[in-house]
Structure formats: structure tokens, C-alpha cells
Design a binder for this molecule. Structure first.
Ligand code: SF4
Length: 321
């Protein structure tokens, strides 16, 4: 298949066979999202999808799990999705589980019977952009749903027998609102009961609407430290009995290990507190067994970043002679 899209798979799906069924995102307006800004949304022709399935089948491929792409495959009209699922069943009968990204509106666009049909035919997991438990943040970010809609649609997914994974964004509420966002989002997640959380610290790309809002002073991003404190608060507030896998992405300053290099692409930053390296990091694990390790990891990275910041020289005023 000739395909130049992007399927955003969480770590848990890194070995899952990805099958593009559409290119880009049909909504493409979330203020923070730069995944599909450069693409025009289009459905991939059924004959191309069939040729790809036949190619994998002829090559002896026997995937047990398939992730449909790109940004929102559940948005496809049900009849088209049904044809695609039937083609998968025909060419790759080894497949027992289908999953994809999905928006709240895409769930809303399907009837209960349609969701139940998809579940019976293996569609068992939707990764949904929940983003924040604060409605004003969803509105500011131009999301296509508010939290009551998410409550309603996730309940319909569960009723049909489909699990869901929540994408959320640390730092989405901006500077000074990290703890508020953590508390509201944890309360929402405790209600919605996902089996997976992918928690990204906000990245502001200049090509996005959020980048423009930041340039105009309408949005001030949270610091690295505030993001880590928000993620820590969020994880600590998740219900003890939640059975989910957590992935949390963030950046921190780490002390450079004595006598060691720092790896390709990393720079040593020296200040009065010593030598540090800025790293993009991931903490992950089953929440029931790894919660304390994840919190301890965050505590360590918060401490080293605080140390880095304590060594920054305060700005000094220059006297003019
Ligand atoms: S966050 Fe999801 S729904 Fe929003 S523009 Fe990006 S891919 Fe589309």
C-alpha cells in the first residue's frame, strides 16, 4: 500500500500490526495537535485495503491484533467499517482483536447496535482523546467534546463490550493550573475506568493554533517542574482498584553521571549546581503494582530538576556608569 500517514500507537501497541484505513484526521482542529496538520483527510480506497490484507496473508502473516489507522478510524461510516472488518476476517482469520484511536464524537456517530456488532467482530479497544477533566480547557483547546459527552459515550462503549484507553495531556491547563487539572482529570478518569492511560506532557508546536495563542499571550505553558508535579498529583489520585496500564511522558533535568558520556543528541548544561542533562522520559507500568515506583521515579526527577533550577544564576541588573 502506498501510504504516507501517521498512526499514533501507544507503547503497548508497538508490536501491533497497523492497517491504515483512512489518512489524517477528519476533525484536525484540536489547538495542540500537529500530527495531521500537513495532510488532507481522506478515506483509503477499499481495494487498496484489500490488496494490503492479501499481501500480508500471502506473506504468511498471522497477526492476532490489528490497529486501524490513522487519527480516527471509528469515524468512518459504519457500512464501510463493516466491509473492512469482514475483509480482515476473510484474509487474516488469525486476528482476534481490533483497536484504533477514536474521538468521543466518533463513538456518538455509531448506534448501540453498530457498536455491539463491532465488539462481536473483535473491535475491543478504542484509544480516546479525553485530554483534561476541565471543560474550559477542552473549549480553549477546541476539542470536539465536553466531559459530559465523554461520560455518556464511554458508558455506551462499555455497554457494547469495548474497553477504552484514555489519552490525557499534562500541562493542558497552562501555567499555574497544573494541580487543578490533575485533580479534575483524575476524578474524571476514576469515573470513566479506562484500561490504559497515555499521559503526554504538553508540547507546543509553532504550527498549531496553540502555538499562535502562545505567541499572542493567550496561553502560557507550564514549566517542566509544574508538569512533573501535575503528573505526580494525577497518578497519586487514581483509584486503588483501577486495573490499568499507565504511560507517562515528560522531560526533566538529570545530574550527569560522573565520568560518563551523555549519549547522542544530549548536551551537558552546567550551572552553579553542577552538570545536568535534559532528557525526555517515560515512566510506565501496571498501576496496581507499579504506582509507588512511578511516584518515586517522578519524585527523583522533580528533585534533580529542582537542583538544576537552584543553580540558575538570578538575573542581575547592570549598573550604567
Ligand atoms: S487530537 Fe485527535 S481528534 Fe484532535 S486533531 Fe489531533 S488526531 Fe484529530
Amino acid at each position: 500500500m502506498s501510504y504516507h500517514g501517521v498512526i499514533c500507537g501507544v507503547v503497548e501497541e508497538r508490536f501491533t500490526y497497523k492497517l491504515p484505513v483512512a489518512k489524517g484526521c477528519p476533525y484536525n482542529k484540536c489547538a495542540f495537535c500537529d500530527f495531521y496538520k500537513h495532510m488532507t483527510y481522506r478515506e483509503i480506497p477499499l481495494e487498496d485495503i484489500e490488496a494490503e490484507l492479501a499481501r500480508v496473508s500471502n506473506a504468511g502473516g498471522k497477526p492476532e491484533r490489528i490497529m486501524l489507522g490513522d487519527g480516527n478510524p471509528l469515524w468512518l461510516p459504519f457500512d464501510r467499517l463493516k466491509k473492512i472488518v469482514e475483509m480482515i476476517e476473510h484474509y487474516l482469520p488469525s486476528c482476534t482483536t481490533l483497536c484504533s484511536d477514536a474521538s468521543v464524537l466518533a463513538i456518538e456517530s455509531k448506534t448501540d447496535d453498530e457498536l455491539a456488532w463491532l465488539a462481536r467482530h473483535g473491535y475491543r479497544m478504542a484509544y480516546v482523546g479525553i485530554e483534561s477533566g476541565l471543560d474550559d480547557v477542552l473549549e480553549f483547546m477546541d476539542k470536539d467534546h465536553l466531559n459530559d459527552q465523554a461520560r455518556e459515550q464511554i458508558a455506551r462503549l462499555h455497554k457494547a463490550g469495548i474497553d477504552f484507553g484514555a489519552h490525557i495531556i499534562t500541562g493542558a491547563a497552562g501555567n499555574g493550573r497544573g494541580i487543578e487539572n490533575a485533580r479534575a482529570t483524575a476524578a474524571l478518569i476514576n469515573e470513566l475506568r479506562p484500561v490504559h492511560i497515555c499521559d503526554f506532557s504538553l508540547y507546543v508546536a509553532s504550527v498549531t493554533e496553540l502555538g499562535l495563542k502562545e505567541e499572542d499571550g493567550e496561553f502560557v505553558r507550564a514549566s517542566m517542574l509544574e508538569n512533573m508535579r501535575e503528573m505526580r498529583e494525577f497518578v497519586s489520585l487514581l483509584d486503588e482498584d483501577l486495573d490499568l496500564f499507565f504511560e507517562g511522558y515528560f522531560s526533566a533535568f538529570l545530574r550527569k553521571p560522573e565520568g560518563k558520556g551523555v549519549g547522542p543528541g544530549s548536551k551537558v548544561i552546567v550551572n552553579t549546581a553542577g552538570e545536568f542533562v535534559r532528557k525526555s522520559l517515560l515512566l510506565k507500568g501496571d498501576l496496581r503494582t507499579e504506582r509507588e515506583n512511578i511516584l518515586a521515579g517522578l519524585d527523583g526527577y522533580i528533585k534533580s530538576t529542582e537542583e538544576f533550577e537552584s543553580g540558575l544564576e538570578p538575573a542581575t541588573e547592570q549598573g550604567v556608569a
